[in-house]
Design a protein around this ligand. Structure first.
Ligand code: PBG
Length: 324
C-alpha cells in the first residue's frame, strides 16, 4: 500500500509532531460567579465545577489561576432580589458590588483580562435581557440602558465589554457610548450567535436569572438557523465588534466553523453551563472518563475554529497543562 495514514500515528512523538490542533491556556476564559458578602463559597449543584463566590474568595481564585498561567476571566453577578427593578437601574449604580469588585480585581491583578456581561437579566425584576413594556421585550428603549451599563463597566476597569442581550443595534450603541466617554480602547465582544438554548439551565440556577415569565425566543436565535447567524455577524462586525461569539459551543460547532471561514476577527465560543454539566453528570455516573472526555470536548471546539473558548473547565485544564 502506497498510502498508509497509520504511519503518522505510529509513536507518541510522531503523533504529537503531526497534531493539527493544540489547546493552550491563553485560549481559555474562566467564568466566575460573584455574590455579595464575604467568605461565600458555594458549589453550584447543577454545575459542580463552578462556585458562587464573594470577592475575597474570587481574589484567591484569580491568584491561583494566575499562578497556573490562566489570566482570562469573565465575571457574572448574582444580584439579590431586592436590588432588582423593571429598568435594571442597579446595573449602573455607583455602589454596584459587581462594578466595585471588578475595580478591586483589576487593581490587584492589572495584567489579567477581565470580561463583563452586558444584559439586563441579572438586574431586571422580569428576568429578561431587555426592557419589558406591556409584556413585550422592547428593543430600542433597551439600548440606552445597555450603553449606560457598558460605560459603567468600562469605568470599573473591565477590559472587554460583552453584550449578551441580543438586542438589535446594541453594538453600535455601546461603541458610540464608550467612545464618547473616552473608552475607545475597550474591546467589544459581541454575543453574536446566541441561541435560545436549553443548555443555559445551570447558569440560570447559579444566578437565579431565569425569566419570570415567557422565554427568550424573541431575541435569542432559533437553534435551527445558521444563515441568520451570518446576518448577526455581519451587523456586529459593521457596528464595531472586536470579537464575535457563538453560544453554546459544542452543539453549534458548524456555526463556529462557518464563522471561522467567513470572518477575519477572533471567534469566541462559549462552552455553556449545560454542556459542561452533561459531561460532569455522565462522569459521576461512571459512564464517561472525565479526564479523557473533558479535554476532548474542549479541543473539539478549538478544532472547529474557535480562537478563544469560554469554559467552566478552564482552571482544570490549566492544572492539567501545568503538570504536562
Ligand atoms: C445572560 C447570560 C446567559 C449566559 C451568559 N450570559 C444566560 C441566559 O441567556 O439566560 C449563559 C451561560 C451558560 O449557560 O453558561 N444574558
Amino acid at each position: 500500500m502506497l498510502r498508509r495514514p497509520r504511519r503518522n500515528r505510529v509513536s507518541p512523538t510522531i503523533r504529537k509532531m503531526v497534531q493539527e490542533t493544540t489547546l493552550q491556556v491563553s485560549d481559555l476564559v474562566l467564568p466566575l460567579f460573584l455574590v455579595e458578602g464575604t467568605k461565600v463559597d458555594e458549589q453550584i449543584t447543577s454545575l459542580p465545577v463552578a462556585r458562587r463566590m464573594s470577592l475575597d474568595v474570587i481574589l484567591e481564585e484569580v491568584n491561583t489561576c494566575v499562578s497556573l498561567g490562566l489570566k482570562q476571566f469573565i465575571l457574572f453577578p448574582s444580584i439579590p432580589e431586592n436590588r432588582k427593578d423593571t429598568i435594571a437601574s442597579y446595573s449602573y449604580a455607583k455602589d454596584n458590588f459587581y462594578l466595585t469588585a471588578a475595580n478591586t480585581i483589576k487593581s490587584k491583578f492589572p495584567d489579567i483580562c477581565l470580561i463583563s456581561d452586558v444584559a439586563m437579566d441579572p438586574y431586571n425584576s422580569d428576568g429578561h435581557d431587555g426592557l419589558v413594556v406591556d409584556g413585550k421585550i422592547v428593543n430600542d428603549p433597551t439600548l440606552p440602558i445597555l450603553a449606560k451599563m457598558a460605560v459603567a463597566q468600562a469605568e470599573a476597569g473591565f477590559d472587554i465589554i460583552a453584550p449578551s442581550d441580543m438586542m438589535d443595534g446594541r453594538v453600535e450603541h455601546i461603541r458610540t457610548a464608550l467612545d464618547e466617554h473616552g473608552y475607545e480602547d475597550k474591546l467589544i465582544l459581541a454575543y453574536t450567535a446566541k441561541y435560545a438554548s436549553a443548555f443555559y439551565g445551570p447558569f440560570r440556577d447559579a444566578l437565579d436569572s431565569a425569566p419570570k415569565s415567557g422565554d427568550k425566543k424573541t431575541y435569542q436565535m432559533n437553534p435551527a438557523n445558521v444563515n441568520e447567524a451570518h446576518i448577526e455577524a455581519e451587523l456586529d462586525i459593521a457596528e464595531g465588534a472586536d470579537m464575535i461569539m457563538v453560544k453554546p459551543a459544542m452543539h453549534y460547532l458548524d456555526v463556529i466553523n462557518e464563522f471561522k471561514a467567513s470572518y477575519d476577527i477572533p471567534i469566541v465560543a462559549y462552552h455553556v453551563s449545560g454542556e459542561c454539566a452533561q459531561l460532569l453528570a455522565a462522569s459521576r455516573l461512571g459512564w464517561l472518563d472525565y479526564d479523557q472526555a473533558m479535554p476532548e470536548a474542549v479541543l473539539s471546539i478549538k478544532r472547529a475554529g474557535a480562537d478563544i473558548i469560554i469554559t467552566y473547565f478552564a482552571k482544570e485544564l490549566a492544572i492539567k497543562f501545568s503538570k504536562a
